[in-house]
Design a protein around this ligand. Structure first.
Ligand SMILES: Nc1ncnc2c1ncn2[C@@H]1O[C@H](COP(=O)(O)OP(=O)(O)OP(=O)(O)O)[C@@H](O)[C@H]1O
Length: 660
């Protein structure tokens, strides 16, 4: 089978999520956690092949990003004090909108329910018009299983302008606020999709798991919802580690926790998941990237904001260079990371045709963000965000620095010193203690952290009235100080150093989502037997590389099995021996389901001449050679990116056991 024949074969049998899930569960890639206790939605355990696959993806991620860019890796705690997440905005804003069915008590995520019901009505409309099902690529976020139950799927023709309105709403579904979703539910008469009951208006539900740190219960904390905050809070140490220079990036791999409202899409939406995040710190005045040329010619499918806001879903195909030059992507560094994300996803087995980069719409994006693009992968659940890539400006370092009073800035020596005129405030601190007592530090800190605009106003007030009035958070009443306590003046100084708060470009990967998408993109059934599923993982990330198959249990074959095992072990190539009594075809089939790229078969000729057979999973092609030759071919193909044809060109073709 040639590569194109394999591609064709992969498309012959229609993809079935049920078959894939049967394989993944059957081979224990993963399983619901605490199953014997009835399970908890959104919690999963990974079994041996799932663990090995995840470890290989993470290993590749580390090589592709951390090693390639010299990133500074940190491993920060998951337990996070309240104050940190209050400052970052998570306590107030990290929520989704939920609504409750007043009768049944069932809880729905508001955007998901609007999406599900409108999609169901459009489906009914298409059926009424005799248009058949919508093409799979266009289906937006999943609800397939539920859709079966959605009563709303009535075969009813809608007015043309209603269809247009629904489609426009769906294209913008990620950008609505809670109140807007509530209005849509009233406008389109959306209730419980199964019972039709009315739902309460959406309310914000914070997704963080709350806990108390220590026995007193006094220190409130959360399980972190992302790894980013730990990286920001170590900024000064990392900057020093990097000899005070930017740009540089930190990286972190670890578990995050989100109390998702109603997790239903398997590994795609879970409550505990592995994240790999990068915080790239860059000068806000220079977001060029020295390696941009390496990615600029990569052509990608982009779904920019304006296309979505016009209610369309057709992507724009452009090179990254064109996307940055036309300002569609805000800057080179963001473009560089989009390119690197694409290259990583290709390496681990994502299907190029089922990847797009979607820009956040205006009200979907955090107010401080300069630009944000999600790498979305198409699965049987629709288009799913798997990697977020945002330019978060200086927001995070600024808020933490304001709160902690620890400066988080880069100091850059200026080649030509500059004259800077600015307001400066001087306090006569020895007078503060007697006047403000225990509040003195808060008052001093407030005054010393005033912005230039605030200082300008207060300088005038002091000059005009001889005093300033102000209030300080957590200090009662309006405060007043006269010019015995404080001086505010405009002064001109020569500065030799430029100080700036770096901006942050943040690529954020959900490893479980990516892994599940790769499972779907790699899965196919052999055309000659639809029950024979294959997971065509790239060899580099496949859980195990080799299945060692002695033709029979005959003792004579044992020494060769031991010899091949030892050689594989020495070469650090993961393998598994299958000496079960079942037919060789069955053993290969089991192996295909585990996504193991190579089979090494030991038969009676092996005893005579030391040769073994190498089988390739997808094409089922086989070649014959000495143990050393075969293992070298495996090493080249699995780890060095060599093709099968190239890696086996000096080996003899062998007639397939399966074909016999
Ligand atoms: N509940 C989850 N289960 C698995 N992975 C998740 C979950 N939430 C987020 N992720 C992963 O973490 C990445 C970064 O998180 P981010 O905060 O950008 O996601 P999000 O916008 O909240 O996702 P969504 O809108 O789908 O809830 C996502 O791209 C995704 O891969």
């Amino acid at each position: 089978m040639s590569v194109s024949e394999i591609q064709q074969a992969k498309k012959t049998v229609e993809f079935s999520r049920e078959s894939l899930e049967a394989v993944l569960r059957g081979r224990f890639f993963y399983a619901p956690a605490f199953e014997s206790y009835g399970g908890v939605s959104g919690l999963y355990d990974y079994g041996p092949p799932g663990c090995a696959f995840q470890a290989n993806v993470v290993d590749l991620w580390r090589k592709h990003f951390v090693l390639e860019e010299g990133m500074l890796e940190v491993d920060c705690t998951m337990l996070t004090p309240y104050e940190v997440l209050k400052t970052s905005g998570h306590v107030d804003k990290f929520s989704d909108w939920m609504c409750k069915d007043t009768k049944t008590g069932e809880i729905f995520r508001a955007d998901h329910i609007v999406e599900e019901v409108l999609e169901a009505r459009l489906k009914g409309d298409r059926e009424a018009r005799g248009l058949g099902a919508k093409p799979v690529e266009e289906e937006s976020a999943d609800k397939k299983k539920r859709k079966k139950k959605v009563k709303e799927i009535k075969v009813v023709k809608l007015e043309d302008d209603v269809v247009k309105e629904y489609e426009t709403t769906l294209a913008k579904i990620d950008g609505f606020s809670g109140p807007e979703l509530g209005e849509l539910m009233v406008k389109y008469n959306i209730g419980n999709p199964v019972t039709g009951d009315k739902l309460e208006p959406p309310i914000a539900f914070n997704l963080m798991f709350e806990t108390a740190i220590g026995p007193s219960g006094q220190l409130k904390g959360y399980l972190r919802p992302e790894t980013a905050q730990g990286q920001f809070l170590n900024f000064n140490k990392l900057l020093e580690f990097n000899n005070g220079k930017t740009p540089f990036a930190s990286a972190s791999i670890g578990k995050s926790f989100r109390n998702e409202i109603s997790p239903r899409a398997g590994l795609l939406r879970v409550r505990e998941f592995l994240m790999a995040e990068i915080e790239h710190f860059v000068d806000p005045l220079d977001k060029s990237h020295p390696k941009f040329d390496e990615v600029k010619d990569i052509k990608l499918r982009f779904l920019p904001r304006d296309v979505q806001e016009a209610g369309a879903t057709e992507p724009v195909v452009k090179t990254i260079g064109e996307a940055v030059a036309s300002n569609m992507v805000d800057n080179e560094t963001l473009g560089y990371f989009i390119g690197r994300i694409y290259m990583f996803l290709m390496k681990i087995g994502v299907d190029h045709d089922r990847l797009r980069f979607r820009q956040h719409m205006a009200n979907e994006m955090a107010h401080y963000a300069a630009d944000c693009w999600d790498a979305e992968l198409h699965t049987s659940y629709g288009w799913i965000e798997c990697v977020g890539c945002a330019d978060r400006s200086a927001f995070d370092l600024t808020v933490h620095s304001n709160k902690t009073k620890e400066k988080m800035v880069v100091r850059q020596k200026l080649e030509t010193p500059i004259e800077v005129t600015k307001y400066e405030i001087d306090l006569v601190k020895k007078l503060f203690g007697p006047k403000f007592r225990k509040d003195a530090p808060k008052v001093e800190s407030y005054l010393l952290n005033m912005t230039q605009d605030q200082l300008a106003v207060k300088a005038k007030e002091l000059a005009d009235t001889g005093k300033i009035t102000f209030s300080v958070p957590e200090v009662e009443g309006e405060l007043e100080l006269d010019d015995k306590f404080v001086t505010i003046e405009e002064r001109t100084r020569v500065e030799h150093v430029r100080e700036f708060v770096p901006n942050v470009i943040e690529p954020s990967f959900g490893i479980g989502r990516i892994i599940y998408a790769v499972f779907e993109h790699s899965f196919w059934s052999r055309p000659e037997d639809a029950a024979r599923g294959v997971l065509s993982f790239p060899p580099l990330v496949a859980p195990s590389k080799v299945l060692l198959v002695p033709l029979s249990n005959n003792k004579e074959l044992q020494p060769i099995v031991s010899k091949v095992s030892t050689t594989l072990r020495k070469a650090e190539i993961p393998f598994k021996v299958d000496d079960s009594g079942v037919s060789i075809g069955k053993r290969y089939a089991r192996n295909d389901e585990l996504g193991t790229p190579f089979g090494v078969t030991i038969d009676f000729d092996s005893v005579q001449d030391g040769s073994v057979t190498l089988r390739e999973r997808d094409s089922t092609k086989q070649v014959r050679g000495s143990i050393e030759e075969i293992i070298e071919a495996i090493r080249q193909i699995a780890y060095k990116g060599v093709t099968w044809d190239e890696g086996t060109k000096n080996l003899k073709p062998f007639v397939s056991q399966e074909a016999k």
